[in-house]
Write a protein that binds this ligand. Structure first.
Ligand code: GAP
Length: 445
């Protein structure tokens, strides 16, 4: 019980800090907010762009066999018929007649008992479709219905041959996309964990059936390496969970789960999708989407797909939880609770601000700005002028800035600045001319 309360308290602290420091806040807050929609403020935007940049570099730019795509959010409605989303993409839900809470049946311990109030006066389970509907064109009727994409991978399947021809890729190869997805989730909850509008980062790898399990294992290992080595997650904060029940076309599926303060939750899915998607789009579009292997006597192969799929928002939520820290060293000395140093220990490659330049006095702002101008070309930098130097350090700790550069009166004489490391708290005097070199290698991954 105590642990649950502690975890709730931790989550509350993270949500409130995220709001106060301009990472994430409710969309349309002045109108009372809209459930399941979140805005990223200045530091959240920087963090999100950095997370996407690192993912893109790791999954696409560093690999000769993965290409990129940026497709539209609205596709031909048939795409969602072919994918099965219009038929099946829903959760069975039941309403409690007593307390009016709505529950997903598959998550209830006992299907006949309301987990909220214990009543057994429940409605018959009903299916809710999660696709978000809109209209394309001036007429709002059934002929003009379209859907906001529920996952970014479907346009990848649809555009497979366009990408293949343009890039002259041969099997096996992958196509990746980062973009918005929309789901009319019944119960958006746990901050951004389950939102109605979110960003996915997906990679679909097309290969031959006989080599697909090797690729599945390969991508599982690559993705775990990314979490441990690049995002800096500790071993005990992640676990893998193999799905017991597989779709009839799939050979394997698993989740990478993160230990959120509210419990273990899915961070990423690795899915063997068989030939299902390509066969369905072939069938519905009446186009032959087989791959012709000219290196193999023109053999026709329906590509098998292995997918890695993660939400950018969920990655950010996991990072906020993983990197939040309270340093008690000062409090232990002074006995004052207000001396707790709150720090986001983001890896330097994704920190929203990588280097903050702090002139010791406002009189030094012009000179300090010259240092900022130099660094801002290459790194996410900030010139922080207002408040005492102690308060500015605290502010930068709360934003998660790994390095603060203090420009003092001596800097005018010795052309050097003091660099303070967020984690070790060590300070080092570095010549301004060497700063760029000093930070290269420290701020990438
Ligand atoms: N193409 C496969 C696919 O979409 P999924 O398990 O439904 O699979 C993949 O979603 C990932 O997308 C999840 O692991 C999660 O990170 C993210 N995601 C899914 N639904 C989400 C939601 N409602 N809010 C935030 N992120 C979500």
């Amino acid at each position: 019980m105590e642990k649950v309360e502690k975890n709730n308290e931790l989550m509350e602290k993270i949500v409130s800090l995220a709001k106060r420091r301009g990472f994430i806040f409710q969309s349309s807050e002045i109108y009372g907010g809209i459930n399941g929609f979140w805005d990223y403020g200045p530091y959240g935007t920087q963090l999100k762009k950095a997370v996407e940049k690192v993912w893109w570099n790791y999954m696409v730019e560093r690999r000769l066999n993965v290409e990129g795509l940026d497709s539209t959010v609205i596709c031909h409605p048939q795409v969602w018929n072919a994918s099965g989303h219009l038929d099946k993409f829903g959760d069975m839900m039941t309403d409690c007649k007593e307390c009016k809470a709505r529950h997903r049946v598959d998550l209830m311990e006992d299907e006949n008992v309301c987990p909220n109030c214990g009543s057994s006066d429940l409605t018959e389970p009903r299916e809710f479709n999660l696709m978000m509907k809109t209209f394309v064109g001036p007429v709002f009727d059934e002929d003009h219905v379209a859907y906001l994409r529920a996952e970014t991978c479907q346009p990848i399947f649809v555009d497979f041959h366009q990408v293949r021809v343009a890039t002259r890729q041969k099997l096996p190869f992958g196509i990746a996309q980062i973009g918005k997805a929309f789901r009319n989730e019944i119960n958006p909850r746990n901050f951004t964990f389950r939102s109605r509008e979110f960003t996915q980062m997906e990679m679909e790898f097309f290969c031959r059936e006989e080599e697909s399990m090797d690729w599945y294992n390969f991508w599982r290992d690559e993705r775990l390496k990314y979490y441990y080595e690049i995002l800096g997650f500790e071993k005990d904060t992640l676990r893998t969970h193999d799905h017991d029940q597989l779709a009839h076309y799939a050979k394997a599926a698993m989740d990478i789960e993160f230990k959120f303060p509210f419990g273990w939750g899915e961070l990423e899915g690795i899915h063997h999708r068989g030939t299902w998607d390509m066969s369905r789009h072939s069938e519905f579009s009446k186009q032959n989407l087989e791959y012709v292997d000219h290196d193999n006597g023109g053999e026709k192969v329906m590509p098998t797909v292995v997918e890695t799929s993660v939400g950018a928002d969920r990655t950010i939520l996991a990072l906020l939880c993983n990197c939040y820290d309270e340093d008690m060293a000062e409090t232990q000395k002074t006995g004052k609770a207000s001396d707790v140093r709150v720090v986001f220990r983001f890896p330097a490659a994704i920190a929203p601000v990588q280097v903050a330049i702090l002139p010791l006095s406002k009189k030094l702002s012009t000179e300090a700005q010259k240092v900022y101008d130099k660094l801002a070309k290459y790194f996410r930098a900030e010139l922080d002028v207002t408040g005492s130097i102690g308060k500015r350090y605290r502010r930068q700790d709360e934003i998660g800035t790994p390095y603060c550069v203090t420009f003092d009166f001596d800097s005018l004489e010795d052309n050097a600045v003091t660099v303070r490391d967020r984690d070790t708290m060590e300070q080092e005097r570095v010549e301004i001319k060497d700063l760029m070199h000093y930070f290269f290698g420290k701020l990438d991954y």
